[in-house]
Write a protein that binds this ligand. Structure first.
Ligand code: BMA
Length: 816
């Protein structure tokens, strides 16, 4: 057996004129053209508009390969491409070896008959994705609508390609072509492994792991299957027939250490080693029980994940591809973003259906970090075909992806699509002929995907759509908070005020979001100082949601005073976003167990843009991410105000009871305590406790001139939360004098000491040119309570430069 890795430098040919540049594989054509200096960076200014021609053309990736006699002496030489994006001919020495038109299904064929000793040419020719989609649309028997982004490539729903390559309401439109993941040749006279996947069965103190191996043999063969797991070894004889084979064996783990999501325990991973017919495959298994509990109850239909029997309140966000150029999907980019998710106390991410099934690196890291994954299939915000050819392609995709991913402990749920049930009401065609489109919907998400998931991964739940009310419920559950999951967009898309979050009691909110601008340093990556105005063409180009900037400004007018200058505008937009999402999460978390999850839209960006993300492109933390670290903490005291009444609750996600004290301190803007109320609290494990309710009048005589600090002190730690009785704009905040000193602490770690003579709100540190993460940011700074804020620089660190560029933002200074 001999394996040749085809990763490395290939040649990219523009078919229209035969011009060439060097291209990395794995990689994409845009990245190759950018690296070669052929195009300007599409993330800068409005360059995106000048590179749309790339998606309208055909491209060839090719390379030569020396093949020796030992390779050709084997029975078969398998050429494997993990992902060809998208409509591709695979050509070996000028002969078409096969075709692919689904980037989510692996392509593999025996190409031995086409190889010869000496130099060989391997080429993949990609037809223009945009042209292909338009051609397919013209042939449809009836229209199948999709789309709506300001810069977009049409009919994306007719290609099995990452939907958001075609542009989104946060996404650049780059119709890339490329070769991703594994690209290899494997010569063998025995077999090639197609899949290894396992079943876990817990019996008393052991976990029985049954390993299924699917392999293609080149001849009839007696071999043995050897499994190693947790220091144990099992070997069984196997007889392989030429062609497809499926074999299995069981290996037990005694007293397994269980895998837990972040915040609930550790993430032990067991090394599994599989050997058969000269092939070897290794993977790491997390052993755990996981279920989605959906029960009819007095409210409606519950929706809660249980791991090892313990109900988990899901805390997290929605994940989109981390770069619009697939060459950027590196393990280190994943690691950085996922580490930030863990740092913000998240335990679940939803891999959203307009993106992609991520690379194995992503799921390996989620297993290591304890991030549960809600996995959508890649269908979003559109209607889709359900003809025979399309369904066959989807069936191949689902079969491949479920077999590839089902062993990751992190995967909690398979979900058919994003919002396509709701999308039935978005398009004229489906409003007028709902039956026709609903039949197609059912064929795709039940008849094809649901049926396959039931068969291929019976231990996991299948949920046909996010949001929906469960299998068999075809009503538009978009705005229904009592059954299953919901997406709540009234606050952004429908322009409702933030307290509208208090009007719904979701069972599980899998999307809700509010936009902000990326940081000033991120804006500098695409705009020049002359463009630093929110209505400049470049700033508007980096806002993809129609009217988005107006929404941000209009919401300022409801809650805040108008900021001075561009930097404060950017800062205040981040404060506003953070406040919005915090209000929703504080309230919904406190509704547990009726509500059992909040995933805000969205964790990350795929290019530098104004969006709902808490992590900007490149991984920098917006203020929302710092807020998330606090509002997703396992133990919090929260306050909210509805109709003149303030309610205070303590939410405890821990599996142990907590006792302590809550102190409500009403303060004025000079920092004097006007009123203070202390209450002992005893919160049960995994519970929400009502501390009490007070009318605003009971707490303060001067709601516009005071604020509330809710302090929680327990043996497990202390935290504080700030509540305003009126919109911030109504308060005459005193100008604080903030003293800011940068130091290196005893062990050489950069740190900032902040002290103020008056209360300062949403105090935020930023140092342009020195990226990194502060231990806290966007917090309330009280007189007499200085804070030391550590800083973890990303990349090279120069103390003097950092110190000189440190800037402190706070609410009063944003307009004062
Ligand atoms: C959602 C998502 C995305 C979109 C977001 C913001 O519902 O599923 O399609 O980007 O809203 O509009």
């Amino acid at each position: 057996m001999k394996r040749i890795d085809l990763a490395g430098q290939w040649t990219l040919v523009r078919e229209a004129d035969g011009s060439t540049v060097s291209a990395a594989v794995p990689g994409d054509n845009f990245s190759a053209l950018l690296a070669a200096g052929t195009i300007a960076d599409p993330y800068v200014g409005k360059n995106e508009l000048d590179v749309q021609w790339i998606g309208r053309e055909d491209w060839i990736f090719r390379r030569t390969l020396a093949v020796g006699p030992e390779l050709l002496a084997e029975d078969a030489v398998f050429l494997t491409f993990e992902s060809l994006d998208t409509v591709a001919d695979v050509i070996v020495n000028g002969v078409v070896a096969g075709q692919s038109d689904n980037m989510f299904a692996r392509w593999r064929a025996d190409v031995k008959p086409l190889l010869r000793e000496g130099d060989n040419q391997i080429a993949v020719r990609f037809a223009s994705p945009e042209r292909t989609a338009i051609e397919r649309a013209a042939k449809l028997p009836y229209p199948i609508p999709s789309g709506g982004a300001p810069v977009e490539s049409p009919h994306r729903n007719l290609l099995r390609k990452v939907p958001c390559h075609a542009g989104w309401d946060w996404g650049v439109c780059l119709m890339v072509s490329g070769i991703y993941g594994e690209a290899s040749l494997l010569a063998t006279s025995a077999a090639i492994i197609d899949h290894v996947y396992t079943d876990q069965r817990f019996v008393d103190d052991r976990c029985e792991v049954t390993v299924q191996v699917e392999l293609t043999a080149t001849r009839e063969l007696d071999s043995q299957l050897t499994l190693r797991l947790d220091g144990r070894e099992t070997t069984v004889p196997v007889r392989l027939a030429p062609g497809a084979n499926q074999i299995s064996a069981m290996i037990p783990v005694e007293c397994p250490r269980r895998w837990w999501p972040n915040g609930y325990g550790e993430q032990p991973l067991y090394d599994l080693d599989v050997q058969v017919a000269g092939c070897e495959l290794r993977k790491r298994l997390g052993l755990r029980q996981l279920e989605l509990e959906t029960r009819e109850d007095e409210v409606g239909l519950s929706f809660a994940f249980k791991v090892n029997g313990v109900p988990i309140f899901a805390k997290g966000a929605d994940w989109i591809p981390c770069d619009a150029r697939p060459a950027g999907h590196t393990r280190s980019a994943y690691d950085d973003l996922l580490s930030s998710a863990v740092a913000a106390n998240m335990n679940m991410l939803r891999v959203w259906g307009g993106g992609q099934y991520e690379r194995d690196d992503f799921y390996e890291l989620c297993d290591e970090k304890g991030l549960l994954i809600w996995q959508d299939f890649m269908f979003a915000c559109s209607l889709y075909p359900a003809d025979k050819a399309f369904l066959a392609s989807v069936a191949a995709e689902v079969t491949y992806q479920v077999k590839r991913l089902r062993d990751y402990a992190c995967i909690a749920l398979w979900c058919g699509n994003n919002e396509n049930l709701g999308a039935m009401t978005w398009f004229k065609e489906s409003r007028e002929q709902r039956d026709r489109y609903l039949v197609d919907y059912d064929r795709l998400y039940e008849g094809t995907i649901g049926r396959l998931v039931d068969q291929l991964d019976p231990a996991r739940a299948y949920w046909p759509c996010s949001p929906c009310g469960g299998r068999g419920d075809y009503s538009d559950c978009f705005h229904m908070d009592s059954r299953g999951d919901m997406h709540y967009w009234a606050v952004w898309h429908s322009g409702k005020s933030f307290d509208a979050y208090y009007d719904v009691v979701p069972r599980f909110c899998s999307e809700f979001g509010y936009q902000s601008f990326p940081s000033l340093p991120a804006i500098r990556s695409y705009a020049e100082a002359k463009d630093f105005n929110v209505t400049s063409p470049v700033m508007e180009h980096h806002q993809r949601n129609g009217g988005g900037n107006s929404k941000i400004i209009e919401m300022f007018s409801r809650y805040f005073r108008m900021p001075n200058g561009f930097a404060n505008f950017v800062y205040l937009s981040q404060v506003q976003q953070a406040v919005a999402i915090k209000m929703a999460v504080d309230y919904w978390r406190s509704l547990r167990p009726t509500c059992m999850g909040t995933l805000y839209w969205q964790l990350n960006d795929n290019w530098p843009v104004c969006s709902w993300a808490s992590l900007e492109y490149g991984g920098g933390w917006k203020l929302l991410h710092y807020f998330a670290r606090r509002f997703y903490a396992p133990l919090v005291a929260v306050a909210w105000q509805k109709a003149g009444t303030v309610e205070v609750r303590v939410v405890n996600d821990r599996l142990t009871a907590v006792a302590g004290e809550v102190v409500l301190r009403v303060m004025d803007f000079a920092g004097r305590t006007l009123n203070s109320i202390a209450r002992p609290v005893a919160v049960e494990a995994a519970a929400s406790l009502l501390v009490d309710r007070w009318t605003v009048a009971e707490l303060t005589d001067t709601p516009e001139a005071s604020f509330l600090q809710v302090e929680l002190a327990t043996a497990a730690g202390a935290s504080a939360n700030t509540h305003f009785f009126t919109p911030w704009k109504a308060c005459d905040l005193a100008a604080p004098a903030i003293d800011c000193r940068a130091t290196l602490d005893a062990d050489g770690r950069p740190s900032v000491r902040l002290a103020s003579d008056r209360p300062a709100f949403f105090v935020a540190l930023e140092a342009e040119g020195t990226p990194g993460v502060y231990d806290d940011n966007g917090f309330t700074l009280l007189p007499g309570q200085p804070r030391d804020i550590g800083f973890s620089p990303k990349g090279e660190f120069d103390f003097a430069r950092w110190q000189a560029s440190l800037r402190v933002y706070h609410l009063q200074a944003s307009y004062g």
